[in-house]
Design a protein around this ligand. Structure first.
Ligand code: AMP
Ligand code: GLY
Length: 430
């Protein structure tokens, strides 16, 4: 099979490696990719938003399957355009991607189909938003409706700051068009986890849980980021909890999307919170998590390309019961440029990756990397490396990851040293 992967992050490096290892893969292209992805695919110089040229490339090369990594091309309708051209695609249509692209759409869907989530209101008018906010308890959550690169959520501790946040969003100051509509939402208190499920619109393939670490600072403090580290499975996952997530949240969503005439295909990434032990939906994403995808790919023991292709072709029922996972947990720790998620230096030198080669079951996934004119590895983004390892238990995985991080020589980089803290304080070896 000829495969084209869209994206350039650590998530895409993990997907690229898994696809390239498939016995069915004859060629793998990645647009635009990164230095790490180049080691297992041919890079194509097309940006992820350039729908027209992606479709043209896929047609010219007679690509069998396009795998879309990030949300932006999904929301722009890349999957629809590829399907119109007769090309199989892993990733939802533009209408189905509203599950990520419009928080209001998702909230209304949850309400209509009784999917547990926070109480909310949708507003485009500041006067109405203000009147609603004034009647709520604090803390209260204000969200931009559209895509805001993970930054469109404000948890306000008092009514005044909630109104200021609503004003900022609705005036277009903080998130441009993405904030033209806002959601005002009840604050939910509890432990969070990420849950993944593949679906072809009918059949569901549970695809494991993970624990992300969104805050930049140790002890989950400081600014929100795209994710500073993740491990799989999530520490609170049990067969009972998984059953609740599937029957109360994932299955009703898949059938609701079918009933609404926009069946969802691809990966549903549910951001969940346990309120008094019961799972509630915070939000959906229509793609794999980054960095959650990295530990998932380390644990998967089946052929990822077969799984992606069956999902794209509506044949998940054929392979659902054949997919195998390692029971061993895996952990990814993100090395970011000092200053991230605010401003940071680019083109700083990174050395020593090759000195980690003897650590078993360890992969260093690349995100914001490039080669400078002298061919040296440098950073061009904020999140730069995803150091990922599998171990007999989480502590072993963690020790391998930090051993590698201590070998890597990047004076301008940093990472959180406490990834996995919730699981590892609960039990030293779980
Ligand atoms: P999101 O971008 O929707 O995942 O939100 C980012 C983060 O904000 C989540 O991971 C939660 O920690 C927090 N959050 C969002 N909505 C709520 C809510 N209704 N109650 C409590 N925390 C929330
Ligand atoms: N790790 C969070 C995300 O991918 O949105």
């Amino acid at each position: 099979m000829k495969v084209l992967l869209i994206g350039s992050g650590g998530r895409e490096h993990a997907l690229a490696l898994a696809i390239s290892e498939s016995k069915h893969c004859s060629s793998l292209y990645c647009a635009p990719g990164n230095v790490g992805i180049e080691s297992c695919s041919e890079l194509v110089d097309i940006e992820v938003e350039d729908i027209e040229n992606i479709v043209k490339f896929a047609k010219d090369k007679v690509i069998d399957l396009v795998v879309i990594g990030p949300e932006v091309p999904l929301v722009l309708g890349l999957a629809d355009k590829l399907q119109e051209a007769g090309i199989d695609v892993f990733g939802p249509s533009k209408l189905a991607a509203r599950l990520e692209g419009s928080k209001g759409f998702t909230k209304d869907l949850c309400k209509k189909y009784n999917i547990p989530t926070a109480a909310y209101g949708r507003f485009t008018d500041i006067k109405q938003a203000k009147a609603f906010i004034e009647k709520q308890n604090v803390p209260i959550v204000i969200k931009a409706d559209g895509l805001a690169a993970g930054k469109g959520v404000i948890i306000a501790e008092d009514i005044n700051s909630a109104i200021v946040a609503a004003e900022d969003m609705l005036s277009g100051n903080s998130f441009g068009k993405a904030g033209a509509e806002i959601i005002v939402e009840e604050f939910m208190e509890g432990a969070e986890l990420s849950y993944f499920a593949l679906t072809d619109g009918k059949t569901i393939l549970p695809f494991m849980s993970a624990q992300d670490h969104k805050r930049v600072g140790e002890g989950d403090t400081g600014l929100n980021t795209g994710g500073m580290g993740a491990y799989s499975p999530a520490y609170m996952m049990t067969p009972e909890l998984e059953k609740k997530i599937l029957t109360r949240i994932i299955e009703p969503t898949v059938s609701a999307m079918q009933k609404e005439g926009c069946p969802f295909t691809g990966v549903l990434y549910a951001g969940l919170i346990l309120v008094d032990g019961e799972p509630k939906l915070i939000e959906y994403n229509a793609r794999f998590g980054d960095p959650e995808c990295q530990p998932l790919m380390m644990r998967l023991q089946s052929d990822m390309l077969e799984i992606l292709y069956a999902t794209a072709q509506g044949r998940l029922d054929e392979i659902r019961d054949l997919v195998k996972w390692s029971d061993d947990p895996a952990m990814c720790v993100v090395m970011a440029a000092k200053g991230y998620p605010e401003s940071y230096k680019k083109n700083t030198l990174i050395n020593g990756l090759e000195r980690t080669a003897d650590i078993q079951d360890l992969v260093i996934f690349h995100a914001g990397t490039a080669k400078n004119e002298s061919g040296q590895l440098v950073n061009i983004g904020g999140r730069v490396l995803g150091v990922t390892a599998k171990g007999e238990n989480l502590l072993e995985a963690k020790n391998k990851v930090y051993r590698a991080i201590d070998i890597i020589d990047w004076p301008d980089g940093f990472c959180r040293r406490d990834i996995g803290w919730q699981a590892l304080t609960k039990s030293r070896t779980s």
